[in-house]
Design a binder for this molecule. Sequence first.
Ligand code: 13P
Ligand code: 13P
Ligand code: MG
Ligand code: MG
Length: 374
Amino acid sequence: MMPRKTTISLIKCDVGSLAGHHVVPEPLFNIAGKNLKKAKEDGLISSCHVFNVGDDLQLLMVHERGESNPEIHKLAWDTFQEAAEKALKLKLYGAGQDLLKTAFSGNVRGMGPGVAEMEIEERGSDPVVVFAADKTSTGAFNLPLFRIFADPMNTAGLVIDPGVAGGFKFEVLDTVENKCVVLRCPEEMYELVGLIGTVGRYMISRIWRARDGLICAVGSVTKLSKIAGKYVGKDDPVMIVRAQRGLPALGEILVPFMHSYLVAGWMRGSHWGPLMPVGVKNAKCTVFDGPPRIVALGFQVANGKIASDDDGKPMVADLFDDPAFDMARREAVEYASMLRRMGEFEPARLGVGQMEYTTLPQILERLKERFKPA
Ligand code: 13P
Ligand code: 13P
Ligand code: MG
Ligand code: MG
């Protein structure tokens, strides 16, 4: 018998938000919930879960149609369109912010919404974690993905689990040249760190287990600002990671988030800010439009679906809704206050090339005549 193939699609979009770039309000969830429920009844998808992180509406869908399926992407696109129309009626902030093209062409990639998709052959038991972050970019996942899949000081399994022996292969996207390279760890660890330390340019897009090519992690790598040709918001990334049995354990996947670390984004996509792991109820940005938040949801993929409870409701664990991440949250507040004391001085503000908002060209133009040889 052919092993069952199941696809996990996480497609997200900022279609408009309440009180600035703060949070997705109820009426937009209702539209997403209604459309995905209908898609389930029609047999297009087998499970779904709608959530948000900050102002980004997240559609988690499990189905058997493979990656980049036009019907699945159309479902997401139409849902975002409908939600954006509602947002416009309600005069919500940034209505339709990430919907950059008006006509759907079969795939939402390159149109504004962020996408992470993974087709898997279901293992005996397949635990999956999806991560979604607001007020930052895909490069924010380079550090934790390196820790999870390559750092033996993080992931005990790299050292003591024979199933993990041989390490992992990382696909790295160069977002400037639009080229990818695959690097193998531990053999090419230094080359990998050399690239992915440059978080604004090189981004991990996929990870496979080296010994057999099993897909382990997928990130969203759209750069919204590039698609639009001008700033319309940082891409607020998502990723899908598989856990356990010859892969990093759930707990090893979560360890990198015990401490806050700095990511690019925050206010106007132009500042370094501390990433704060939170439960979904706290996934809303406030101080200086942040601090950048990240949520992690865990579930089991079982027989083409998300394993459900007795009422048929998908069972989804809100993994950062846990006191074990209090220290990281506390650190995030401390780092935030330290950085904000520096105002618009680097390194609190991003370097010129990485800022999504800047008045520097206008300032230079205005002062052009007044610059004299020094
Ligand atoms: P179990 O023996 O409970 O499966 O745990 C193994 C493991 O992966 C712990 O993280
Ligand atoms: P979003 O990308 O989350 O919409 O945020 C934009 C922004 O400018 C925040 O200050
Ligand atoms: Mg927004
Ligand atoms: Mg956002």
